[in-house]
Design a protein around this ligand. Structure first.
Ligand SMILES: Nc1ncnc2c1ncn2[C@@H]1O[C@H](COP(=O)(O)OP(=O)(O)O)[C@@H](O)[C@H]1O
Ligand SMILES: [Mg+2]
Length: 352
């Protein structure tokens, strides 16, 4: 029998456009002989809508033909329901849900919590790992507790920033020399991130980050090459070969990530074997330190002068177009894009 796969995409986070790109490729590559795919569009307001062409409808903003849908948290009423003329209709059970949602309200444990309550297996990390990977500050706290290398950083709340800006600026500058990076703790795709070269830019960067989150991260900027490793698996995860990003911008900005075709992916990363090996080992250690599951992409900063590797972040729902680093690294390691999807669905179905 075919497996029934719910695919969630769009969503309330600022990364919704990236989700739409990932979801298009995932749905196009799920083998129709093996899977019945149920696309569920989440609007920027958070409305859940079902329809065979839900992705295109959400991308175009033509939502009239879609039907309000929900997955209730109640496992005795499991599956996908449609809401027609004030009446709930059970459309189907779901064997697996693939949350193709980047950023808050999707990659951060919230949707994972709903699916846990509903008793529906899902692709990728569980509640705790998702939440830890989403919060760049807590993530680095866990790395540090495990003795894993991260650059010097501090977390401030928006309230602290508003109440005592000079103290926050002083504490940030005490971390190390400029440039300093300012980031919203819970976001991705470089949204809200600033590379500050002096105090005025640091101030502006903290204001910018505070637009997106109540937790603000400041970290020492290093002259870095950007190395990424894909991880796949549950209790016995495997690491891909490392890849390298060569951003077209001064750092890997939103523009450089998705719109500038001068940004390059080097696969494999041109690294001496001992560094490639160290990146894979650190990636696995980071993955296991947060108890991730299914998949994740672990990103590193490789200091150009000292050769030191620092763990930068983990993405538990990495970009997933055929030209995205996560699937490309597996392809280069011998696992095709469709075979990777099959594997992720199998991993979702393993016992938790
Ligand atoms: N400490 C740092 N030193 C040098 N570059 C950095 C540093 N932190 C971030 N960057 C640059 O900013 C980009 C985005 O930062 P990152 O922490 O990966 O956030 P996101 O989750 O938005 O991808 C990185 O890919 C890198 O180009
Ligand atoms: Mg990143």
């Amino acid at each position: 029998m075919k497996r029934r796969i719910g695919v969630l995409f769009g969503g309330r986070s600022a990364e919704r456009d990236v989700s739409l790109m990932s979801a298009r490729s995932i749905m196009a590559h799920l083998d129709p002989e093996r899977y019945d795919v149920y696309p569920i569009a989440i609007t920027p307001q958070g409305a859940w809508l079902f329809g065979p062409d839900a992705r295109e409808a959400l991308a175009r903003g033509t939502l009239e033909d879609l039907t309000p849908a929900l997955i209730p948290p109640d496992p005795t009423k499991a599956g996908l329901w449609l809401w027609k003329d004030h009446v709930l209709e059970h459309l189907t059970q779901l064997d697996v849900v693939f949350p193709v949602l980047h950023g808050p309200w999707g990659e951060d444990g919230t949707v994972q919590g709903l699916l846990e309550l509903a008793g529906i297996p899902y692709v990728g990390a569980g509640v705790t790992a998702s939440a830890l990977a989403m919060d760049k500050g807590l993530f680095k706290d866990v790395m540090r507790a495990h003795g894993l290398p991260v650059v010097p950083y501090r977390v401030f709340t928006r309230a602290q920033w508003r109440r005592s800006p000079e103290a926050v600026l002083d504490a940030s500058e005490a971390l190390g020399p400029y440039p300093l990076f300012t980031k919203p703790a819970n976001l991705g795709s470089s949204i809200g991130i600033t590379k500050a070269k002096h105090r005025a830019q640091l101030r502006a960067g903290l204001d910018e980050a505070a637009r997106y989150d109540r937790r603000l991260l400041v970290e020492v900027g290093i002259p870095a090459r950007e190395i990424e490793v894909s991880i796949l698996g549950n209790d016995d995860p495997q690491a891909s070969i490392p890849g390298e990003i060569v951003p077209a911008d001064e750092f890997y900005t939103y523009q450089a990530k998705y719109f500038d075709d001068r940004s390059q992916l080097l696969i494999p990363a041109p690294l001496p074997p001992h560094l490639a090996q160290r990146a894979r080992e650190l990636a696995l250690a980071a993955y296991q330190a947060i108890d991730a599951r299914g998949m994740a992409r672990v990103d590193f900063l490789l200091h150009r002068e000292t050769g030191e590797l620092y763990i930068s972040e983990i993405n538990t729902i990495p970009g997933f177009t055929p030209i995205s680093m996560y699937p490309k690294l597996w392809e280069a390691s011998g696992l095709s894009y469709p075979a990777l999807l099959d594997r992720l669905i199998e991993l979702a179905l393993e016992d938790r």
